[in-house]
Design a protein around this ligand. Sequence first.
Ligand SMILES: *Cc1c(COP(=O)(O)O)cnc(C)c1O
Length: 387
Amino acid sequence: MSDLHTEHVLLTPGPTPIHPRAMRALTRSMLGHMDPEVFALNREIQADLRVMYGTEPEAFTALLAGTGSLGMEAGFANLVESGDEVLVCANGSFGRRMAEMAARYGAKVRLVTAPLGEAIKPQDVAAHLNDDVQMVAVVHGETSTGVLNPVPEIAELVRQSGALFTVDAVTTAGMEPFKMQEWGVDYAYTGAQKCLSAPPGLAPVAVSERAFARFSARRSPTPLWYCDLGGLRDYWIEHTYHHTVPVNLHFAFHAALRAALEEGLENRQRRVREMGRVITRTLEPLGFSHYVRKPEDRLPTVLALRLPEGFDDAGVRKALREREISVTGGLGPTAGVIWRLGLMGESARPQPYRRLMTELADLLGEPDLVERYESILKEETRELVTF
Ligand SMILES: *Cc1c(COP(=O)(O)O)cnc(C)c1O
C-alpha cells in the first residue's frame, strides 16, 4: 500500500473503528496476566461493566478471551444442562445461532419466531412459556435485519415464570439502554469490537447472582472448560491462574469502556439516534427507505435501509471499497435488498459518514448529496464530538 493511502472508513455492523484511546492503550508495554497492576485494571473493568450493564452490585462480570460468539456459547455451556428446555427467540441469524448452540449443549430447544424485519412479539413468548422452561434466550438487537426486540416486555414475562433469562447485548450494551437488574436479566454478553470500539477478541459478560447459583448447583461440570464460570471466578476474584488472558486487549478494552462511560451512556444513545436520522434523511431523496417498517422495531445501532429500485448494490459497494470505505449489504434473503449501516461506537460520528456521502455523490452523480448531509447534520445534531 502507498503512503498516500487514506484512513480506512469502516461503516460495517461490527467491527467498528477502534477508539483512539484504546489504540494508544494497545501500545503499552506488556505485563504478565498475574501482575498486580493487571489485577487492579481488571477490577476496574469489572466495576465499569457493572455500570454498563446496569447489574446488581454483586453481579459477576468478566472478559472472556474470544469474540461475542464465545460470550453466547459460554452462557449455554454454563447455565444449560442436557435435557433442559430452552426457549429461543429467533428472528434472524444470531437468534438461530443461539438455538444451534443451546442444542449442542443438550437443550431441548423451542423457537419463537417472527417474520423477517419484525420484532418478536411478547405474546408469542407468553404462549410458549411454562414451568418446564429453564431458560429463555433472546437477541436484543438482531444485526442481520436491524430489528430491536422488546427485551423489557419479554423480561417481565420471564420474571413471572422463574426461568433464567439470557440476552445477547452485542449491538446494544454500551450504546442503548440496558438494565440488567431492573429487567431481571441473568446472563448478558457483548463483543469488544461492537458498541465499545475496542479491538476484537474479548467478550464482556455479566452473570446475575441467581444464575451463578444455578451454575453452582449443576449436576455435572460444564463441557466448556475454558469458560467454566468457577474457573473464571478463580482468576477474576481469587486471582489464581486459570488461563493466560490477553493482557494487551484488556488494556485497550479498559480505555474504550472508560471513554464510553465518560462520554455518558445517554449521550451515546442520543448520538446514535441523531446520526441515524441524518443518514436516513440524506439518502431518502435517492430512494433509500427504512427496511424495518415499524419505528419501534428499529435497532438504532444498525441502520437497515432498503435500496432504491435498480440500485447496483454489489457494484457500488465494490467501488466504495476501492475508495477505502466498507459498507455491508444484506444477509441471505435481504442480500441485494438492503444496506446495514453500522452506528455502533465510533461509527456513529459525522466524519465517517461525510466520507461515505462524498464518495456516493461522485459515484452516483448526485452533487447535492454532501451539501444536504451538512445541512441536515446541523439541524439534527447538538455538540457532536467530531474527530
Ligand atoms: C456480531 C454479533 C455476534 C457475534 O459476535 P462475534 O464477535 O462475531 O463472534 C453475536 N450477536 C450479535 C447480535 C452480533 O451482532
